[in-house]
Design a protein around this ligand. Structure first.
Ligand SMILES: [Zn+2]
Length: 241
């Protein structure tokens, strides 16, 4: 590891214990940002690789390259060619080593590389109210009714911050693609806020515009301040499409 590597062992202790990693290392190699989980200080079991460039990158000497392709190939001493943010080719290091690329990342046969995980269900904005004591150990409806009044105070900035926090957490655990279901739009909140938040971090993202139109006064669960008129929902959905 070079001097520019930094360990966030202390602040991430809880996470490390949870996953049984000795170290969580965030490493920057040229333009390439990688997040690696290391066990027993010498062997890396996972790497989240973010390469954001229109150029080309050869990752070589991968201890085991897990392709998840139709044949479920696991390639020893593997190599991976990325061009313009798309994986173009996988094979052994011997097969791909002669390719001309802008950047090379030599993993010295110490890493297992696998496709990024995909998260198909999330509500990023709820990241902000995860540790509210009154909402702990509740059933679903009590949990919702405790938090709805807080969510009614959400702002554009809060949606932006929650999206960045949720995206960072996902990336730290190996997730490179996520969807999100945002369905509360009080005050100045828009779906654009979370799209901006995630774009600034770099996670691959599928946003979705949910909605609620039946509030307490009509027999619904959420307070009226958290629901929208159907005409407004349709209009904003059309704008986003
Ligand atoms: Zn849900």
């Amino acid at each position: 590891m070079s001097k520019s590597d930094f360990l966030i062992d202390i602040s991430m202790k809880g996470l490390n214990r949870l996953f049984n990693y000795d170290y969580l290392v965030i490493q920057k190699i040229g333009k390439i940002k990688t997040i690696c989980f290391i066990v027993d200080k010498s062997f890396v079991i996972g790497i989240t690789l973010f390469f954001n460039s229109m150029g080309s990158l050869l990752v070589k000497h991968i201890h085991t390259l897990v392709t998840m392709d139709e044949q479920r190939r696991e390639i020893q001493d593997g190599a991976l060619l990325v061009h313009a943010n798309v994986i173009q080719q996988v094979g052994t290091t011997a097969e791909l080593d002669s390719l001309e690329t802008d950047e090379i990342l030599d993993l010295q046969n110490r890493y297992i590389v696998l496709p990024g995980l995909i998260n198909t269900h999330h509500h990023f904005y709820q990241t902000l109210t995860r540790a509210v004591p009154a909402a702990q150990d509740c059933d679903l409806f009590n949990w919702l009714q405790t938090l709805y009044p807080m969510w009614a105070n959400l702002t554009s900035d809060a949606i932006y911050a929650s999206a960045q926090m949720a995206a960072a957490e996902l990336m730290l655990s190996g997730c490179t693609t996520s969807s999100d279901h945002l369905y509360v739009f009080p005050n100045d909140c828009t779906l654009d806020d979370e799209i901006r938040g995630v774009q600034d971090i770099g996670l691959r993202f599928h946003a979705s515009r949910g909605s609620m139109s039946v509030g307490e006064s009509q027999g619904g669960l959420p307070p009226d301040s958290l629901v929208e008129a159907e005409a407004d929902i349709l209009k904003d959905s059309q704008r986003l499409i």
